[in-house]
Design a protein around this ligand. Structure first.
Ligand code: FES
Length: 174
């Protein structure tokens, strides 16, 4: 009985999810030209592009799944992997690299408790991304935390910014 309830909950979650995607498709129109805005909206909703949703979008837009996957994998803005609520981007362009961004990367990894090869924390709160030049070379080394650029970063400053974000989140929860 409990198993049947769990299965029906799962089904209704899946059906709500597809209703939401259907509404997004209707909002932008079921045309190939709307594919990118639809994928952007889906990613905004889920923080990544789940595989079954890409298939659903392909069907709704009457496109081959390979076309939708092609677009989803071509653009760096899209992710096929789940991401954390907060994205920490450490710039690894030349200017930031020569100004010791490696110490920032190791500080962030340590602060987030990321293991080797892991980029998202287990609680899905943070994702660390190492990115190429973000166009703020004059401020090197630069880190983008939750969309905000922080320049001339040091391990102390990046730790402080992360602590502030964590404190703000806790205050919001209250
Ligand atoms: S190299 Fe880091 S902002 Fe340009």
């Amino acid at each position: 009985m409990a198993q049947a309830t769990a299965a029906s909950e799962k089904e209704s979650r899946a059906s709500r999810r597809f209703e939401k995607i259907q509404a997004i498709v209707e909002q932008y129109g079921a045309a190939e030209s709307a594919l990118i805005p639809i994928l952007q909206k889906v990613q905004e909703e889920y923080r990544y592009l789940p595989e079954e949703i890409l298939t659903f979008v392909a069907t709704a837009l009457n496109l081959p799944p390979a076309t939708v996957y092609g677009v989803a994998t071509f653009y760096a803005q899209f992710s096929l992997e789940p991401k954390g609520k907060y994205i920490v981007r450490v710039c690894d362009g030349t200017a930031c690299h020569v100004r010791k961004n490696q110490t920032l990367i190791s500080t962030v990894k340590e602060w987030l408790g990321l293991k080797e090869g892991q980029s998202t924390t287990e609680d899905m709160r943070y994702t660390l991304e190492i990115v190429s030049c973000i166009g703020a070379c004059a401020l090197a080394p630069a880190v983008v935390i939750n969309g905000k650029v922080h320049g001339q970063m040091t391990p102390e400053k990046v730790t402080k910014a992360l602590e502030e974000l964590e404190a703000a989140e806790k205050a919001e929860d209250k």
